[in-house]
Design a protein around this ligand. Structure first.
Ligand SMILES: *[C@@H]1O[C@H](CO)[C@@H](O)[C@H](O)[C@H]1NC(C)=O
Ligand SMILES: *[C@@H]1O[C@H](CO)[C@@H](O)[C@H](O)[C@H]1NC(C)=O
Ligand SMILES: *[C@@H]1O[C@H](CO)[C@@H](O)[C@H](O)[C@H]1NC(C)=O
Ligand SMILES: *[C@@H]1O[C@H](CO)[C@@H](O)[C@H](O)[C@H]1NC(C)=O
Ligand SMILES: *[C@@H]1O[C@H](CO)[C@@H](O)[C@H](O)[C@H]1NC(C)=O
Length: 394
């Protein structure tokens, strides 16, 4: 079985990636804000461990209800899995801005605020909403909507406010919610090949299983994994070429369709540049270029340009996209030489979404486009994304 080859060799690049990430336009960093408050260190640690910190930093307008180390220990003493803890903590992240002042000036003295737990879709009905109510004597009570009207936590103090980007408020207790505390399947319990098979990527899943590449994908889920699956029609059209490959080339080709880091569509859209894949074993081997044009995200090898045509699942740390071409690395396939530049207005390529055998024909045309036009901007805003699985967990 192949090992995740990207893990060790790209650590240095990971540091570069983190540097570049931090230098992009992030308005706030919850980890840094909380680090100034040792009494909130356990809460801070779990925001990182559950990847909620990344999610919080990405949001434009957000309120974090922090709890101190004593309140965190009472949560941790329940022995919940880290995925359940993630649900509980995501209930403490409100997708609206509440500074201390606004808290005390709520219209009619009570409101329901939507939380990130609600936004994940994990919460049913109205659970995932947080009831905020002004009480006698200037107290403000907080309670999960599914807590029978009990407001079990109270406003303590404002930790930091950056209107209207992020507000961090301390509350006295963890919000009690049966729904958030319900056992939840962790991503590593997700069956990758089953998800693929059920949603139009059965042929790709079958290749993963028959080659043994599925284990490399699965062991990377916990640390963050992005998968690009060519749809069934695309794989079927490609099979003659695939069968020509040796066993280890087959594995490399399949591993080339995964990157060992979680990349939401938003992240892909805002980061043009080279990415390392699960097949990468040295710098600049088996990488490809992410290239955006408005809403369209393309993946460019020098052999082929594929487009993302849909999302199968997006649950950090795992995201799976559908693509309309098999990604062919230059290490295994001949680079298409650019023919004479065509004066063609490259309109939106509708054939991209069309199922059927014309997908494989289409590759030739698209490769030409790649050779002529695709490289100009692609290598400019170059960002090397190569985050190994462990880095986010450290
Ligand atoms: C946020 O701050 C922490 C602690 O200072 C740092 O380790 C981390 O890299 C920062 N994250 C980003 C995305 O800048
Ligand atoms: C919030 O909870 C309080 C106490 O149970 C209740 O009186 C109030 O109506 C609730 N607010 C909303 C907006 O549901
Ligand atoms: C909020 O974020 C924007 C950029 O997204 C920044 O220009 C602004 O200064 C931030 N506000 C505060 C109070 O930090
Ligand atoms: C995942 O699902 C496939 C069917 O797609 C099944 O053959 C396989 O045994 C399952 N793996 C696990 C670990 O449950
Ligand atoms: C398979 O390899 C043979 C020998 O290299 C070559 O002639 C043939 O065109 C290849 N078939 C495909 C579909 O690439």
């Amino acid at each position: 079985m192949p090992h995740p080859p990207a893990l060790t060799s790209t650590l240095a690049l990971s540091v570069l990636f983190l540097f570049l990430l931090s230098s992009t336009s992030q308005a706030h960093n919850i980890t840094r804000i909380l680090a100034k408050h040792p009494e909130l260190s356990s809460f801070n640690h779990y925001l990182t461990l559950t990847h909620l910190a990344t999610e919080i930093n990405r949001r434009q307008t957000i309120t974090v209800l922090a709890i101190d180390n004593a309140a965190m220990s009472s949560l941790l003493s329940k022995g919940l899995s880290v995925y359940t803890i993630k649900n509980v903590l995501s209930l403490h992240v409100l997708v609206d801005y509440f500074g201390a002042k606004k808290l005390h000036q709520i219209t009619h003295g009570t409101t329901l605020a939507s939380s990130m737990f609600q936004a994940t879709g994990a919460a049913a009905g109205t659970s995932g909403y947080v009831n905020i109510t002004n009480l006698k004597g200037g107290k403000v009570g907080f309670g999960a909507e599914d807590n029978d009207g009990k407001l079990n936590s109270f406003y303590v103090k404002s930790v930091q406010e950056m209107p209207y980007n992020i507000s961090v408020l301390q509350i006295s207790q963890v919000l009690t919610s049966a729904e958030a505390e319900a056992p939840t399947a962790g991503p590593s319990q997700l069956n990758l090949t089953a998800i693929l098979s059920k949603q139009g990527c059965k042929a790709f899943a079958d290749l993963l299983i028959s080659s043994g590449a599925d284990t490399t994908f699965e062991t990377n889920i916990d640390g963050g994994l992005t998968v690009f699956c060519p749809t069934d029609a695309v794989i079927n059209g490609f099979l003659p070429k695939y069968k020509n490959l040796t066993t280890s080339q087959k594995v490399s080709l399949l591993l080339y369709h995964g990157i060992p880091v979680y990349q939401s569509l938003q992240m892909l859209k805002s980061n043009n540049g080279l990415v390392n894949t699960l097949a990468t074993d040295k710098a600049n081997k088996f990488d490809f270029t992410v290239q955006n044009d408005g809403e369209i995200v393309s993946l460019e090898t020098e052999v082929v340009t594929a487009k993302i045509t849909g999302t199968l699942i997006d649950e950090e740390p795992l995201v799976i996209y559908k693509v309309n071409k098999v990604l062919q690395p230059t290490e295994l396939f001949k680079v298409k030489t650019a023919s004479a530049p065509k004066e063609v207005a490259e309109g939106p390529d509708d054939s991209a979404d069309a199922p059927g055998s014309d997908d494989s024909e289409d590759q030739t045309a698209d490769s030409d486009k790649n050779g002529v036009a695709g490289l100009d901007g692609g290598r400019l805003g170059m960002v090397v994304l190569s985050l190994c699985a462990g880095v986010l967990l450290m």
